[in-house]
Design a binder for this molecule. Sequence first.
Ligand SMILES: [Zn+2]
Length: 237
Amino acid sequence: MKKILLGLSVLGSAACYTVLPTILTRTFSKRIVKSTAQKGLLLTFDDGPNPQYTPQLLDLLKKYKVSAVFFVVAKKALQYPEIIKRMQTEGHVIGIHHYTHQSSFVMTPAILKRQLLKSKQILESITNEPVTLYRPPWGHFNAATLKIANNFQIMMWTSIFGDWKVQTCKSSLLQQLHQARCDGAIYVLHDCGQTFGADHDAPVHMLQTLHHFLEQVTHDGQVFTNPHDWTKQYVHS
Ligand SMILES: [Zn+2]
């Protein structure tokens, strides 16, 4: 009986540090944005930079004159600073997706703080610009996230599509991208397939589908939100 009570107490404490703050923050917190409240769509890409797929994605965005937000893993940014510089030169906004792609569920407050500070230093040393946006991997918060990330604007999404799986890209991604179109929408896609749970070559199929989508919606006159205009309000001193 004692073991059961102890087990329940440990589980309860873990939930209070992980799942509960995630649900409460994502449901009620005014500190996070889930929509731009502006005309048009905002495209965001997580988990890069990837030396194979990110340059192809940048070519595609350039072709259709769309600016996006890239939530990058800072350790990879350190490996491929030229890709980060290219993002910046081509008008995209860069945000933090931790130093390594780890969930905040398994980080102590001190480790989370180090991840954010290190990422900020790395990205700012490459771009020479302040980094103000943060998206935690898997959208996971812990009980300390809001306090530690106080100087960042946390951006979630209106629509996430499962594009880290090849099968989803092939079967329903294009349809999902169309169905989610509305003003203020924030889309999340992924330009790297090396994350836990992802298919390595999923970005090949995401890129093909995104190409079709951009081709179709530009004919319809779809407006894309310029992330620079939108993030101006979130620059912290
Ligand atoms: Zn991620």
